[in-house]
Design a protein around this ligand. Structure first.
Ligand code: GSH
Length: 338
């Protein structure tokens, strides 16, 4: 794994489990905001910001879905990391102008969204060099997604939940297909939903998979399936999590659902039930998958290679199963009728 300590990469193998065996996610560090009203040094502009992402990263996927849904992909470019985090962390084929902001560079030369899904390790531009370009003395984990500002040559924010909010609320003037994914009338229910979905499902699968004691594993597993059961009963009566319109909460749940049967079920031992065993949840997953903006962010092979291909602890043989057979193109007319 590894992280930066005072600007130097250290290949530590720290795992964040406490004494009970429970796994905790380290806090996110850079939390600045782009504001349309000019109240921060970061203003929304076409071509100014770049996203460093990985297809196999669930947190990256939500930022990409929001970019697609709002029609902001013309304004914010992105690079997709190689699926394997190896010694040195995440790697990209090349960089945003090699991290030297240069306004004269044509757009095409700094956008790289070709996926980069191969089993072979690579070395190109490291994510940690993005973090040290931001701060030569950076200390902390080097995570994706990262929102990079080419004008100021620094990171704006590396917390996905905040990046998606900036895209929604601060980039509306640049959005080709603006829509409100957090309507005022639903804000309270969206906040509540995000909280339990994050604790028990989005982050919950990691708590199950990375638990280091039977008790911690079972507690996280119970919370996960209680929350999935709760989704199933909500979705029995309405098309989306917070009502009959698509909201941010659906975008946050989708990346976990789409990885569940191919990866979390086996690799993280989340195997009480598959998503395909839930009639409403599986119809909802297909419905979202078939909504323009979602499917193009999905890369199941990247999930398998990324999670299972280099996990010494959970999959020492590194064997990748070809299955399961999934069909997210199957009709879901009953969902649209809700
Ligand atoms: N709070 C962050 C979490 C991001 C995160 O944990 N990203 C993972 C990939 S899915 C990562 O890059 N981990 C590298 C590391 O921890 O060293 C967010 O939601 O943006």
């Amino acid at each position: 794994m590894g992280q930066l300590v005072n600007g130097q990469w250290v290949d530590d193998d720290a795992v964040s489990n406490d004494k009970s065996g429970e796994w905790t996610r380290p806090a996110t560090i850079v939390r600045d905001w782009i504001r349309a009203d000019g109240s921060t040094p970061f203003t929304p502009e076409v071509g100014r910001y770049h996203l460093w992402l990985a297809y196999n990263c669930t947190w990256s996927q939500r930022t990409l879905i929001v970019l697609n849904l709002l029609g902001l992909d013309h304004a914010v470019s992105s690079s997709i990391a190689h699926v394997h985090r190896n010694d040195g962390g995440w790697w990209f084929r090349d960089g945003v102008d090699a991290l030297q902001p240069n306004a004269s560079q044509p757009w095409e030369s700094w956008s790289n969204t070709d996926g980069f899904v191969t089993a072979e390790p690579v070395q190109g531009l490291s994510l940690h060099s993005v973090y040290t370009a931001h701060d030569t003395h950076y200390t902390g984990r080097c995570t994706v997604p990262v929102l990079w500002d080419r004008t100021l040559g620094r990171v704006v924010n590396n917390e996905s939940s905040e990046i998606v909010r900036m895209f929604q609320h601060e980039f509306s003037a640049l959005a080709k297909t603006p829509r409100d994914l957090r309507p005022e009338a639903l804000r309270a229910v969206i906040e509540q939903t995000n909280k339990w979905v994050y604790d028990s499902i989005n982050n919950g699968v990691y708590k199950v998979g990375f638990a280091r004691s039977q008790a911690a594993y079972e507690a996280a597993l119970d919370r996960l399936f209680a929350a999935l059961d709760r989704c199933e009963s909500i979705l029995a009566g309405q098309r989306y999590l917070c009502g009959n319109e698509l909201t941010e909460s659906d975008i946050r749940l989708f990346p976990t659902l789409v990885r569940f049967d191919p990866v979390y079920f086996g690799h993280f031992k989340c195997n009480t039930r598959r998503i395909s065993d839930y009639p409403h949840l599986s119809g909802y997953l297909r419905d979202l998958y078939q909504t323009p903006g979602f499917a193009e962010t999905v890369n199941v092979q990247a999930y398998k290679l990324g999670y299972m291909g280099r996990s010494e602890r959970l999959n020492p043989s590194r064997i990748i199963p070809p299955g399961p057979v999934l069909d997210w193109h199957a009709p879901c007319e009953e969902r649209k009728a809700l």
